[in-house]
Design a protein around this ligand. Sequence first.
Ligand code: 5GP
Length: 218
Amino acid sequence: MSDVKLPHPEHTGHLFVVSAPSGAGKSSLIKALLTRHSCEQKPLKVSVSHTTREPRPGENDGEHYHFVAHSAFETLIEQGAFFEYAKVFDQYYGTSRLAIENTLEQGVDVFLDIDWQGARQVKAQYPAAHLVFILPPSVAELEQRLIGRGQDSAEVIARRMRDAKAEMSHLDEFDYVLINDDFEQTLAAFYAIVLDKRQTLTYQTLHHAQLLDDLLKG
Ligand code: 5GP
């Protein structure tokens, strides 16, 4: 991985990394957050990763992922194109460095929907990133959600439960923990984290310099 030339954190949008075991509701929460709370003055964006896995039905290239061949992904690694990348379930996944830098520079809050390996790499390179972990409300509920439509064998469910536990074992590397019991309450708590970052003295001083000047002068 090459050097990261991210701008100074307080001059830009905030970077949020969101990880969770499969079945915790991560994608739905990020989607709802963007749909309900992104606006022209305060835009929110989710980063579109590159992956070598096959598209699932309904997934579009460039929208859900940039789907690339194994060899193309490895060329991008050699070129230092990734901010972070990891192998998840035997497939490569990675976040393009340029896309993140450009978006943050425009003052947009960016969300990375990535696994714990990626979260760790992001925090190491960019400590100002906010790491959010989403948990299911109980083991039984997680199992129920993974059983889903009842199409998977007991063996597949057991494997998915093991994968979920492995992901959750990295909880202590995160800054925030959301327990997704009630979707609306979890979404409100998630948005509260985003709003909190916009009320710091440094942020307000940078974004409302004129107002503070008017209010405080004379
Ligand atoms: P899926 O194949 O179900 O879309 O994603 C599998 C896992 O890979 C999820 O935990 C997802 O968050 C993670 N993932 C997706 N994109 C990236 C990425 O760019 N980097 C890393 N490290 N993980 C990713």
